[in-house]
Design a protein around this ligand. Structure first.
Ligand code: BES
Ligand code: MN
Ligand code: ZN
Length: 512
């Protein structure tokens, strides 16, 4: 099968005009007036070729716009890709990340193998390390294509992309470099996540997901991967995971990734559990889903994959903090062995749950995993799950729902979302919602009333966190690009890899 594109991001000290490259990339804000030093220098070398474009209205710097100008021997670059950055006052790190992604995506489409980026001078008011990281992340994100099952050769894309960040000043390069290194680790982890998430249910079942997790952390001596098979799940009385997995020919699994840093963490740092929903296909089970778009439920393992990829990135960076990845995985299928509406399931915590809808399966596997994380003495538990259609109705496809039982943790995740460009929005999950999840014949029921489905689902999970600090990311709707954009190809978004990794990086760096 075809490998995903191999990407490399380096730095080079070179003059803009003298930079020999297939494609030079610069940015331009839409504000009238000063186009910035980079554009001015190039424009001069190109005998006003860029300013003429602006004058006749062919390029305004609007967000998402881009244009190509050819070097024609006047500069060392073959061509210059100019990206619209929108209004300067609205620009954030994510503007830069998306610009780098757009550049990388154009490079792949144009079959350019070597791009040279001079985007950072437009963002000189932002922290250089963060700028380097955003650029590297963007390059990976934009160049990603999922085509491993395409057998045709006709539309062949480049196998590799070499990106470099250039500057004429050595000290500038030095300050960008650590961020670029971190961004490359995160970008690579996110691309790996997208590939795994894009693989369909006939390729990735729970045992295959467990193998993929092992594979993902192979060679990292600080990560230990333990897999609970069905027998071990039974021994541990993980009734939630077993119930959901009962209808499938493939056995369920619990995947545990334990990261113990080589460097001893600062005394006040918490042990963090990241818990991810790993439903490899969600048919709904006996409460079967309608046929339309059911194929998208192969992405119901996206939370799980975000967790394993974040653990890999955290370990690759060697961050001094203890992190436990806990990934419950099952396939939710209808069959003669499925769990049924009306069943009463005893979960790992001992709490009993009356099943009213087998399609509310995510919370049934997550509750066991959250209890497990708490039992392993994690101080903080963050779960991430494509949990409810209701969250998608509430927030659309731009922001994930964020709930929790601790204000500090919620604001740390909000900050990580702002830094990483993986956006979240707070939703409630308090006692009113928990009351809706009480059953008359068991401790809990697995569905509530029609309204507030994202909040009642979170309130259900909250009851398994005990005294740990807990937060929940409902990423339904954030897992998939249904169509390609200028900076992203269609399929899995890899959402959560940047957010979770950034959250842990910020904890270590005490940014908040
Ligand atoms: N995996 C789905 C949620 C989902 C829906 C994710 C659409 C992405 C896009 C989840 O398991 C589910 O089926 N939730 C039900 C819960 C309901 C039965 C209480 C839902 O949202 O309809
Ligand atoms: Mn479901
Ligand atoms: Zn589901």
């Amino acid at each position: 099968m075809k490998q995903i594109i191999s990407v490399d991001v380096t730095t080079r000290r070179v003059d803009l005009v003298k930079c020999k490259t297939e494609m030079l990339v610069v940015g331009r804000f839409s504000d009238a007036g000063d186009p910035g030093a980079v554009i001015m220098t190039l424009d001069k070398a190109l005998d006003g070729g860029i300013s003429r474009l602006a004058k006749i209205g062919d390029f305004t710097g609007k967000p998402k716009s881009y244009t190509v100008v050819y070097g024609e021997g006047r500069i060392a670059a073959e061509r210059v890709l100019i990206l619209g950055l929108g209004e300067r006052k609205k620009a954030t790190l994510d503007t830069l990340r998306k610009a780098a992604a757009t550049a990388a995506s154009r490079a792949v489409e144009m079959k350019v193998k070597h791009v040279s980026l001079a985007l950072h001078p437009s963002f000189d008011n932002l922290d250089a390390e963060a700028v380097g990281q955003a650029i590297a992340e963007g390059v990976y994100f934009g160049s990603y294509r999922y085509d491993e099952f395409l057998t045709e050769n006709s539309n062949s894309r480049p196998r590799s992309l070499q990106a470099e960040v250039l500057d004429s000043d050595a000290s500038q390069i030095k300050s960008l470099a650590p961020g670029i290194a971190a961004g490359a680790i995160i970008g690579r982890a996110q691309s790996a996540a997208r590939t795994l998430a894009n693989r369909p249910g006939n390729v990735i079942d729970p045992p295959a997901l467990a193998k993929a997790a092992q594979e993902m952390v192979r060679g990292l001596r600080t990560v230990k991967c333990t897999i609970f098979d069905e027998k071990k799940l039974r021994q541990n009385k993980m009734g939630g995971i077993l119930a959901v997995g009962a209808g499938s020919r493939s056995e369920p699994r619990l995947i545990v990734l334990k990261y113990s840093p080589a460097k001893r963490p600062a005394g006040n740092l918490p042990t963090v559990a990241l818990v991810g929903k790993g439903i490899t296909f969600d048919s709904g089970g006996i409460s079967i889903k309608p046929a339309a778009d059911m194929d998208q439920m192969k992405l119901d393992k996206s939370g799980a994959i975000a967790v394993m990829s974040a653990v890999r990135a955290i370990a690759e960076m060697g961050l001094p903090i203890h992190v436990l990845g806990v990934i419950p995985s099952a396939e939710n299928m209808p069959s003669g062995t499925s769990y049924r509406p009306g069943d009463i399931v005893t979960t790992y915590s001992g709490k009993t749950v009356e099943i009213l809808n087998t399609d509310a399966e995510g919370r049934m596997i997550l509750c066991d995993a959250i209890s497990y994380a708490v039992k392993q003495k994690c101080d903080v538990v963050v779960d991430i799950a494509t949990l409810t259609g209701a969250c998608m109705v509430a927030l659309g496809t731009y922001k994930a729902g964020l709930m929790g039982n601790d204000e500090e943790l919620i604001s740390q995740l909000q900050k990580a979302a702002d830094d990483s460009g993986e956006s979240v929005w707070p939703l409630p999950s308090g006692d009113e919602y928990a009351d809706e999840m009480k059953s008359k014949i068991a401790d809990l029921k697995n569905t509530g009333p029609r309204w507030g489905g994202a909040c009642t689902a979170a309130a259900f999970l909250r009851q398994f966190a005990g005294s740990a600090k807990w937060a929940h990311l409902d990423i339904a709707g954030m897992d998939l690009f249904t169509k390609p954009s200028e900076y992203a190809s269609l399929g899995s978004t890899g959402f959560g890899v940047r957010l979770l990794t950034t959250y842990v990086m910020n904890l270590v760096e005490k940014k908040q």
